[in-house]
Design a protein around this ligand. Structure first.
Ligand code: AVJ
Length: 323
């Protein structure tokens, strides 16, 4: 019978007030992408976005993992300790769990403790032979695996970090390299990483994925201002801002912005912030990579890009990096 452990490393949750006031004080106003998931409505909107025809990313990644689960499991090898960054709704990993040869344990890591623990219980009931150690932590910050709950050292020789969803794309290059380098330390020089990465492609497809016809991504973006109004006594007039998400071909990324329609003054937590007409709050970057880009990034962090799996249209990729 499997073991199911819950470990709360008490991750420091984002200080919403501090980050909002800091972001609105920057020369180029900007918010961290975590703001999209600040309330349940934001998370629910993202769940709907993942089902949109235009937003190919989630279903394409799941298809790649399902279609290639045996090959991926063979590359990972037996007795793997599977660690997942930002496990969210854990189902993505299920095809892998079903194919891996005698996995030692599954260690989902997420900052949303309640969500994480309930999905860990669901996964444990679905896979009664699998040891699960659910760890509430912020994988982008320094953290230690709870060694008192982990298998004995000799069983942790083949650690694999799964980092799905193209969340790597939210990071600037330097941040991405730093995260990969930190991951290499966690792996202690053995095992590897399985990373989902959205690929560069026809910009019209990228534009459609972040400017969907139903306006869900616009709502996802504007919802940040609603949260600020509710929690920080803000007086953003939502109708005086619009969602703008162009693809920047030079930097290879979709950029999400909230554009002010007029010159206006907004008050948040008693502080005034002026907006020129057309001025933006930059709310997210979603970088897109070619395989060569990813090869170069991996090597800059001390990894080798060992194998890539893509869909038939080469929209998305799942990549195994080893040390
Ligand atoms: C959750 C960061 C992978 O960048 O595609 C979806 C978030 N932003 N639509 C992405 C998002 C706009 C998504 N990630």
């Amino acid at each position: 019978m499997n073991q199911l452990f819950f470990c709360d490393l008490q991750p420091t949750l984002i200080d919403f007030r501090h980050e909002v006031l800091k972001g609105l004080s920057l020369p180029q106003k900007a918010f961290p992408p975590q703001f999209f998931f600040h309330d349940k409505y934001g998370s629910d909107l993202f769940t709907k976005i993942c089902k949109l025809e235009e937003y190919y990313i989630t279903r394409t990644e799941i298809d790649i993992l399902q279609q290639n689960s045996q090959e991926i499991a063979d590359v990972i090898g037996k007795n793997a300790l599977l660690i997942e960054y930002g496990s969210g709704s854990i189902e993505k990993v299920h095809p892998l769990i079903e194919t891996l040869e005698s996995p030692i344990a599954y260690v989902p890591i997420d900052i949303a403790k309640e969500h994480l623990f309930s999905y860990a219980e669901f996964t444990s009931s679905k896979y009664p032979q699998l040891n699960i150690i659910a760890v509430a932590a912020d994988y982008t910050q320094e953290f230690q695996l709870p060694m008192d709950k982990m298998p004995p050292g000799e069983q942790m020789k083949n650690k694999v970090i799964l980092f799905a969803g193209s969340t790597l794309g939210n990071l600037e290059r330097s941040q991405a390299i730093a995260l990969l380098q930190k991951s290499a330390q966690l792996l202690e020089g053995q095992g590897g990483m399985l990373i989902g990465v959205d690929l560069k492609k026809d910009p019209t497809l990228l534009h459609a994925a972040y400017n969907d016809s139903q306006g869900l991504t616009a709502q996802f973006n504007l919802n940040i201002l609603t949260n600020i109004n509710r929690e920080l006594q803000g007086n953003f007039d939502i109708d005086q801002f619009y969602h703008h998400a162009p693809y920047n071909p030079v930097l290879g990324r979709i950029e999400l912005h909230l554009i002010s329609k007029t010159s206006q003054v907004v008050t948040v937590a008693g502080q005034e912030f002026t907006f020129r007409e057309g001025e933006s709050i930059h709310s997210e970057n979603s970088h897109k990579y070619s395989i060569e880009d990813l090869q170069e990034l991996s090597e800059a962090a001390g990894f080798k890009l060992k194998q890539t799996w893509t869909d038939s249209q080469k929209l998305f990729s799942v990549n195994y990096l080893d040390l």
